[in-house]
Design a protein around this ligand. Structure first.
Ligand SMILES: Cc1ncc(COP(=O)(O)O)c(C=O)c1O
Length: 377
């Protein structure tokens, strides 16, 4: 089944012939007094609507197991909750600011060390010590769009008995399926492309590893950061249009990249593969497209605030992946939790702007960017 069909048809056969799944709101379920068992017991552990979403999440990634959490960060925290006192996780310097915050401020209190590596592409056997238990990768990275070679990281990490966890938020399963490349765990902020309308916070984990799946089910039940039934239903419905939305967003983004690169009043444009030919080759070998996020910097002398104020369509707001175009300034918004040093190491410049391209009419977006650039001069 191709992914557009899987997004629509993974769930079938509902009561009364309904073509969309029912929403089960019950927080608790009756058990058989003779055995104290039943299909479901209590919503936090499992519930039928979340279970249906989890079936869809697994199907999209070609995974054995799927898990839905209350946010991308709850899901990310669950992936890292597999680490114990004394363990170390390697991460790229350019990683989502919330993940940086978790690793910088929370994990040390649990005796887990996060080591940020400027460029995961330079990782070698020497970087793995006896306590290195995991490598956490974002490719393309937020917001620099740097690319990491997943096959190479999997080979290196597995040689040293370390797990590979990939944050696939920027690509979604439509453009990149890391489990097929040997990655152990995929985590996503489902708030972004999966939900797609900037109206829902959710996180997703998929894996083929039974022991890890048990750990994630425990994280749901023991820590409780699970997705509610109504939101699970809304995500099931949103996912049906994910491939369509992303196709349109990506077409728009590619045209905007080409347009901005041609303009003298734009100093830099970053997108997957823009850093080097090597990164472009790697990205093409592991993903089916560039996605719909790009970053750029205005040429010196242009007034950034005037540019942002003049924009008619892109809202100046964090987040990405929605049908509406959003623009933000990572250094002071999504990545403000980082120290100045960490931002420099990650390649996040103070003037960098990140654009998450929506499904609007392309010409309207291009005209809008042009008139805002004129206002900034
Ligand atoms: C790449 C990436 N991972 C994880 C997250 C966290 O997701 P959430 O905001 O749903 O908790 C975000 C949010 O911006 C993100 O961009």
């Amino acid at each position: 089944m191709h992914i557009q069909t899987a997004a629509v048809h993974t769930l079938r056969g509902f009561e009364h012939g309904a073509v969309v799944p029912p929403v089960h709101l019950a927080s608790t379920f009756e058990l058989d007094p003779a055995t104290d068992s039943g299909g479901y017991a209590y919503q936090r552990g499992a519930n039928p609507t979340r279970a249906q979403l989890e079936t869809v999440l697994a199907a999209l990634d070609g995974a054995e197991h799927g898990f839905a959490f209350a946010s991308g960060m709850a899901a990310t925290a669950a992936t890292l909750s597999t680490l114990v006192v004394g363990d170390e996780v390697l991460l790229p310097a350019s990683v989502y600011g919330g993940t940086y915050r978790l690793v910088d401020l929370v994990l040390p209190g649990r005796g887990v060390t996060g080591r940020f590596v400027d460029d995961l592409g330079t990782l070698t056997d020497e970087d793995f010590g006896p306590s290195t238990r995991a490598v956490f990768v974002e490719t393309p990275a937020n917001p620099t769009l740097r690319i990491t070679d997943l096959r190479r990281i999997v080979e290196l990490a597995h040689r040293h008995g370390a797990l590979v966890i990939v944050d696939n938020t920027f690509m979604s399963p439509v453009l990149q399926r890391p489990l097929e490349l040997g990655v152990d765990v995929v985590v996503q902020s489902a708030t972004k492309y999966l939900a797609g309308h900037s109206d829902l916070l959710a996180g997703a984990i998929t894996t083929n590893d039974d022991a890890l799946a048990e750990a994630f089910a425990l994280a749901q039940k023991a820590q409780g950061g699970v997705l509610a039934p109504q939101d699970s239903f809304r995500l099931i419905q949103s996912i049906k249009t994910l491939p369509l939305r992303l196709e349109r967003q990506q077409t728009n983004a590619e045209a905007i990249v080409a347009h901005l690169r041609d303009r003298a009043d734009v100093a830099q444009v970053w997108y997957p593969g823009s850093h080097s030919e090597e990164e472009a080759r790697i990205h093409a070998s592991q993903a089916a497209g560039m996605g719909a996020v790009l970053s750029f910097e205005l040429a010196g002398g242009l007034d950034r605030v005037a540019f942002l104020q003049a924009l008619r369509y892109p809202a100046y707001a964090v987040s990405l992946g929605g049908v509406e175009t959003l623009i933000c300034r990572p250094a002071t918004m999504t990545h403000e939790a980082m120290t100045d040093r960490a931002r420099v190491a990650a390649g996040i410049t103070p003037e960098m702007l990140r654009l998450s391209v929506g499904i609007e009419d392309l010409q309207d977006l291009l005209d809008d960017l042009d008139q805002a650039l004129a206002a900034a001069r």
